[in-house]
Design a protein around this ligand. Sequence first.
Ligand code: IMP
Length: 199
Amino acid sequence: MLKREEKEHKITILLISTNKHKVEEINNITARYGVIVVPANIRKMEIQSDNLVEIALMAARSAYSSLRKPLIVEDAGLFIKELNGFPGPYSSYVYRTIGCKGILKLLEGIKRRDAYFKSVIVYKDESYEMVFEGLTEGEIAYDIRGSGGFGFDPIFIPKGYNKTFAEMSLEEKNRLSHRGKAVKKFIEWFIENRKHAFK
Ligand code: IMP
């Protein structure tokens, strides 16, 4: 948690999400650059599409038209190769319905377990609409492991590691994750191109 005095010197950007894990993961990176994201009290518009970029862009445009303040939308999904990319953009619904257990069941007896997580961040303000993407390859574990993180973290093992995201600290996950990569691209662009407009 940031102390009050620290907050007052920071640039604030709205995040169109109430997922506290996302807020924490994003702030863990952006706070180092003097930027904090604050969840906006608004319902995120979710269009039906197979394309994460399109989903995030529509949500950002809709939120911006009511809030008129600099904001980001972050949309992510888990893409399992053996399942032709399922659940992908439907990850949130699939997590709520069948969860990690259901995914393990779908992959029962299957050796090909490669998958990737993808994150899309859309930043929008009065002058810019920018898209940043991050992707992390890995595989689906054979069982549920770890208690950290959220969503499908307990069944995702990033390439080159033998721990699931849920067995890692937030910092370690951020160094490797799809979201960590997208946030880094966003914040580096922001500092270079937009920070001056917030002074
Ligand atoms: P959202 O639509 O971007 O909120 O994410 C869709 C779903 O994907 C979430 O409900 C999670 O189940 C899953 N998900 C997204 N990002 C992650 C992650 O970093 N770890 C584990 N699951 C994730």
